[in-house]
Design a protein around this ligand. Structure first.
Ligand code: ADP
Ligand code: MG
Length: 256
């Protein structure tokens, strides 16, 4: 039975998509059956997985509103090897349409239910908001992975997300927990980042992943080639950090 993880943070540009694509590719490399779901109308996870978002027959939007079946939407990432439910701008409309539908918060959960035995890991790339799409992600997942930069205001920004997670846990999904905080775009030369990183460890303890993803230009270049960073340049520091993170996730799910 798949363990399902949402990668969420209501801020944009904090490394959610980079984390999803690289974790999916690294888990696939490690022999884990992995499905990545792009739940962001920007379709960055789709493009980063080597799938052209502009020429999709069906996207996750069609599956969520019930126009297409799961199998009609699922594709394999040609560069990463993992399975993908791709997205594009169509998904922006889903937000409005979902409101009218039955069981609107659990559309994604219902959609995935028959396929959970086909995977070891299912990862969900959430949009930078606490919208109905993110809510669908949170209602489906066992856990949330929160990527964050070690900035002064990073902790403050977490409050809304943590409150949403608490609400979903109480009302809609008793399985949901925060699996961990992942430090990304880390620059060890910056004293402030070191301090915030240490504060995070003090405050959240074991919830902070040991792997730290450094700021690394190879990770930023990879999406324009449609290749996950971990495969684009395996020797790069960023790639190695995401490989280590994948191993940590594999260990962590054993304890769940
Ligand atoms: P989000 O999905 O949260 O909006 P992204 O994963 O798209 O964030 O990352 C935002 C930008 O930062 C992208 O251009 C991405 O390539 C870049 N980026 C992400 N992680 C790193 C990193 N560790 N080092 C350098 N650039 C990064
Ligand atoms: Mg993104």
């Amino acid at each position: 039975m798949a363990r399902i993880f949402c990668v969420a943070n209501q801020k944009g540009g904090v490394g959610k998509t980079t984390t999803c694509v690289n974790l999916a590719a690294a888990l696939h490399e490690a022999g884990q059956r992995t499905l990545l779901i792009d739940l962001d109308p920007q379709g960055n996870a789709t493009m980063g997985s080597g799938v052209e978002k502009r020429s999709l027959g069906h996207s996750v939007y069609h599956a969520l509103v019930g126009i297409a079946a799961f199998e009609e939407v699922r594709v394999a990432s040609p560069t990463g090897g993992f399975d993908l439910l791709p997205a594009n701008r169509d998904l922006a409309g889903a937000e409005v349409e979902l409101v009218e539908l039955d069981r609107r918060e659990t559309r994604l959960r219902d959609l995935l239910a028959p396929y959970r035995d086909d995977y070891d890991f299912i990862l969900i790339d959430c949009p930078p908001s606490l919208s109905l799409l993110t809510l669908n992600g949170l209602c489906t997942a066992h856990g949330v992975i929160i990527p964050m930069q070690c900035e002064y205001y990073a902790l403050e920004g977490l409050t809304d997300l943590v409150n949403s997670i608490k609400k979903v846990h109480a009302k809609l999904n008793r399985d949901l927990k925060i699996i961990g905080l992942l430090r990304v775009m880390y620059d060890p030369r910056m004293t402030l980042q070191q301090q915030v990183s240490t504060q995070l460890e003090g405050h959240f303890g074991d919830k902070v992943f040991k792997a730290i993803v450094p700021r690394n230009v190879r990770l930023a270049e990879a999406p324009s080639h449609g290749i996950p960073g971990v495969l684009f340049d395996r020797s790069a520091k960023g790639a190695q950090a995401y490989m280590a993170f994948a191993q940590e996730m594999i260990e962590r799910v054993k304890a769940l």
